[in-house]
Design a protein around this ligand. Structure first.
Ligand code: F6R
Length: 606
């Protein structure tokens, strides 16, 4: 998804902007551009491709200046190309934009009727034209921006500069935008990693904020021109935490970070000696009145919700309905004030999940979000929030966010169970104890990563994979198959193991490996029968079981043995070898693991 950065200070802006853009590469993009202000003139360079290509292009030019804005674009309106890449200019005004302008067609028509000429296919280009039209009517720069954005419908995070004036303006609505707070310099960005080399003091702009930067510093106003105050937050992530830290890819680093990510997520929250969970002063409504819980999310976070359903229903005995965020509101969901809506999102900025939150609020449900990014829209606007302290997740494929989401869902279940008087203190202590052992068990799996790499080498050339599992292992294989397809581009399909004989079994032959996830739990024996069915058709089985699952080990072609845990926590352990299998296959095939084709880290369009 698009990323924007801006700088005003004493140093050369170009290299600062390029470095900051590189830290936003994880968001996924297809083109990049930069505009540098120098003595009242603005020079723009932009092109299709990577930030490094932009740097090469700029090396032939003498780009100097201490103020500028820059952008990575992920195409929504108009193909990836130089003419559609940002920044966009109209007259003296130059703009970078993240988001979508919904009323751009009518604005474009009106501006065209005034004789203005457009040079791209983007929705964004109406913004500089609109601002410029107000400048031409005699408004000062700030008022021109303010009046223009009042006419925009849709979402935007904007960086704006203008010839002749050494002023940079940022504005935000429904797309993330932060200010890095530093003495004598001003920096804006779509996300924290872009500014961490410069500062760890951050302001999260809120919807309808307009920030104005000049030599003296900055001020923030609303769209009516009234001054607004925003809190400065200190971010504890170091810049090194947001880097690869010696691993070949961010994804591999993030897989290996999971013991720490889960430990951080548990820290200060689990009180094993008292059998208690504390969740950041979370205030829940009266649980006796909650008739149904909804869990809504996209992609990997949706799979975490499917696992959450097993965890909640089996323990709390409250019905849980899980929905894909992009589907939720279109089916007029039966949700009201006796329901709780739990939204799960790594970024906290996924447009469909935000839309689901609005739907839940409109219908008076208590809305709780589980997010990884502090200050994100879902974290700010929900009635309650529990953070997954996974740290920055840079690889586009979600890994540590997923396992920390399940961790939070499990803690939340225990927190609610305690309130509802469901478990004895002894039972709570037992469950908390097992949760605390999970990071060590993950480490055991990671210590055997080489074995999974060998398995990956054996199967990397196959073109299709089937993943099967039963019960709580079914959403886990859905996640495993998603990981494989998104980073290796190999077709992978997940099925509930019992469904295989209702159709997919027709596909099984020696060219169709079947990944079977079957820890020794209540579903084990039944899944063994499914393995037999595959073997009878000369299918190849890659079995992921635990230390008690002996029965099929000798009969299948490849086996990986995981440590044992309780049923509800099995998905955290099994996520690790399935993530590693996908990673090693993709790495061996040489794909762009951290930025797979066509994918964006934060999907801020519906
Ligand atoms: C897959 C993946 C995506 C995200 C989805 C939701 O590896 O990362 O499927 O899970 O786009 O994103 P968040 O969790 O940020 O709402």
């Amino acid at each position: 998804m698009c990323g924007i950065v801006g700088y005003l200070g004493r140093k050369e802006a170009f290299s600062i902007l390029i470095e900051a853009l590189k830290k936003l590469e994880y968001r996924g993009y297809d083109s990049a551009g930069v505009a540098i202000w120098n003595r009242g003139k603005i020079e723009i360079i932009r092109q299709k491709g990577k930030v490094d290509d932009l740097k090469k292009l700029a090396s032939n030019k003498d780009i100097k200046g201490t103020m500028g804005i820059a952008h990575t674009r992920w195409a929504t309106h108009g193909i990836p190309s130089e003419r559609n890449a940002h920044p966009h200019r109209a007259g003296e005004v130059v703009v970078v934009h993240n988001g979508i302008i919904e009323n751009y067609v009518e604005l474009k028509q009106r501006l065209r009727n005034e004789g203005r000429r457009f040079s791209s296919d983007t929705d964004t280009e109406v913004i500089p034209h609109l601002i410029n039209s107000y400048v031409e009517k005699g408004h000062n720069f700030v008022d021109a921006v303010r009046l223009a954005i009042c006419e925009l419908k849709g979402s935007y995070a904007l960086g704006i500069i203008k010839e002749k004036e050494r002023v940079m303006i940022a504005a935000k609505k429904e797309s993330p935008l932060i200010i890095g707070v530093v003495d004598g310099e001003s920096i804006i960005a779509s996300d924290i990693p872009a500014i961490l080399d410069i500062t760890n003091k951050v302001i999260f702009l809120e919807d309808n904020d307009i920030a104005i930067f000049n030599e003296e510093g900055f001020r923030i106003i609303d769209t009516m021109g009234n001054a607004v105050e925003r809190k400065i937050h200190t971010i504890n992530w170091t810049s090194a935490m947001a880097q690869k830290g010696g691993y070949k890819h961010f994804m591999l680093k993030e897989i290996f970070e999971q013991p720490v990510a889960i430990t951080n997520t548990l820290t200060g929250r689990v009180k094993e000696d008292k059998g208690e969970i504390e969740l950041d002063n979370l205030k829940l409504p009266n649980l006796e009145k909650i008739k149904k819980i909804w869990m809504v999310a996209c992609g990997t976070s949706y799979h975490a919700c499917l696992i959450g359903k097993y965890i909640f229903e089996s323990n709390l005995r409250i019905p849980v309905e899980v929905d894909i965020a992009s589907e939720f509101r279109y089916r007029d969901p039966i949700i009201g004030k006796d329901n709780m809506l739990i939204l799960v999102s790594q970024s906290g900025e996924t447009a469909d999940t935000i839309a689901a939150m609005k739907e839940g609020k409109k219908r008076d449900s208590f809305v709780l979000s589980i997010c990884n990014v502090l200050g994100s829209t879902l974290a700010r606007d929900a009635d309650g929030v529990v953070f997954t302290h996974a740290g920055p997740e840079i690889g586009v494929a979600s890994t540590k966010a997923f396992t920390t989401q399940i961790t939070v869902l499990f803690m939340l279940m225990l927190f609610m169970a305690k309130k509802m008087g469901i478990f004895t203190t002894g039972q709570l202590k037992e469950k908390i104890g097992e949760l605390r052992r999970i990071p060590h068990k993950i480490q055991e799996v990671l210590n055997n990563a080489k074995h999974i790499e060998e398995i990956a080498r054996k199967y990397m050339t196959y073109k299709d994979f089937l993943y099967i599992g039963r019960g709580i292992n079914y959403p886990s294989v859905m996640e495993g198959a998603l990981k494989l397809k998104e980073i290796s581009y190999i077709h992978a399909e997940a099925y509930a193991a019992g469904e295989m004989k209702h159709g997919p079994i027709a596909l099984i032959d020696e060219n169709f490996p079947v990944v079977v996830l079957s820890p020794y739990d209540i579903t084990y024996q039944k899944t063994c029968s499914n393995i037999e069915e595959v073997l009878a058709r000369r299918g190849k089985v890659l079995l992921f079981t635990d230390t008690s699952g002996h029965e099929m080990v000798e009969r299948v072609e490849s086996v990986f043995v995981m440590p044992k845990t309780i049923y509800e926590l099995e998905p955290i352990i099994s996520a690790i070898p399935l993530q590693l299998l996908a990673y090693y296959i993709a790495n061996l095939l040489g794909t762009d693991v951290d930025q797979p084709r066509n994918l964006a880290k934060s999907v801020t369009v519906e």
